[in-house]
Design a protein around this ligand. Sequence first.
Ligand code: NI
Length: 148
Amino acid sequence: MKSTPQRVTVIRRARFSSAHFLRLPELSDAENFQRFGPSSNALGHGHNYEIEVSVSGLVQPETGMVVNLKDLKVILNEEVVTPLDFKNLNLQVDFFKDRLTTLENLSQLLWSRLKPRLDSMNLALVGLRLQESDDLFVEYYGGTDQLP
Ligand code: NI
């Protein structure tokens, strides 16, 4: 029986632990503290980050899958977990040499790493959710000013 290809969104999570701090070099310690609070401590603090990646594609009739979840795990490991886990984002990740290590900026870095990998597999990166604690996370849909 032939059926119309169906588009489904698959969501996969990964976790990594990183240190960071929020400081602007042109500000004094006091000014940094005033703006960023305890997060401005240059010795850093850590988060157990969680990323949730939404990937859409057509269900392949032969496999019944949009993407082999093993392949998605490899991509997340190579582009997210390995480069960031147990790293200090400010000191060890080039992208943050001239940017604050906010969730907003981190979500853009991760998008830019994941999108080409998924594009090359004919998969669409629909969005990602990046969480640093139970109470704080961002969602990113690729940088347009459109609401999802
Ligand atoms: Ni923090």
